[in-house]
Write a protein that binds this ligand. Sequence first.
Ligand SMILES: Nc1ncnc2c1ncn2[C@@H]1O[C@H](COP(=O)(O)OP(=O)(O)O)[C@@H](O)[C@H]1O
Ligand SMILES: [Mg+2]
Length: 261
Amino acid sequence: MSVLTIDNISKSYGGVTALENVSFEVPEGQIVGLIGPNGAGKTTLFNVITGYVAPTSGKVTLNGKDLTGQPTHRMAKLGITRTFQGVRLLNHSTVLDNVLAAQDIHAGPSLDTLFGFAGKKERQLRHEAEQLLSFFGLWERRFLPAMSLPFGDQHRLEIARALASRAPLILFDEPAAGMNPAESLELMDQLRQINRNRAKTMLVVEHDMSVVMGLCNKVVVLNFGKKIAEDTPEGIQNNPLVLEAYLGKEMDVASSKRLNN
Ligand SMILES: Nc1ncnc2c1ncn2[C@@H]1O[C@H](COP(=O)(O)OP(=O)(O)O)[C@@H](O)[C@H]1O
Ligand SMILES: [Mg+2]
């Protein structure tokens, strides 16, 4: 069954067509990759799906429910969350508080809190936060300000926040950006575990082709706002349209190399 359906989405900014009639589905439990040269429309599509920008036309549905026009703050409750290209954290808050804040939608008012006890629900949320931070190797540093972490760890913390929201569908915008090859491999392994053990469906924008090819069940390719291919990682690697789109443009040399290897 498909969790997320992108149905004929177009988005223009004045004269610039960022997306043109893009359609595809993200099936439940799968990891779908979204790739394309710089400026292809990947981030714009994430912004449309999560309500940051309204599409010019088309529809996005989550489990059959129309997402178009829903405000961003309702997205986690509706079952979808995202990470940002370049990371967005509560910079001055601690690592732990970043995760606790992301859990907020589950906390709710409770009588225990009212009477000053750490309620059962609160203890459970703290336990979950501990598990998440331990998984990403951040528990020992839970009292440090988020902004003091190295960039790779900020990425991991952002992913921990996405998981803390409990949304079953997560959109990742370049989660391996700025990581070295060993860190990318580790991240890929962690995302795989999250997909399997926590039953998360994922849509992943990523420039690092080794991550995309190693992780995804299927890959969708955008170029100049249009979908030019949708196939298995193997099919994408041998698709002449895809190679042409990457080679015909100035692009991140690293991805071109990896795509050709
Ligand atoms: N807020 C905006 N205003 C005007 N043009 C934009 C805006 N956001 C994106 N674009 C344009 O839309 C196109 C797609 O951009 P983007 O979605 O960021 O691509 P990608 O994430 O694939 O690199 C680009 O031509 C970009 O300049
Ligand atoms: Mg982008």
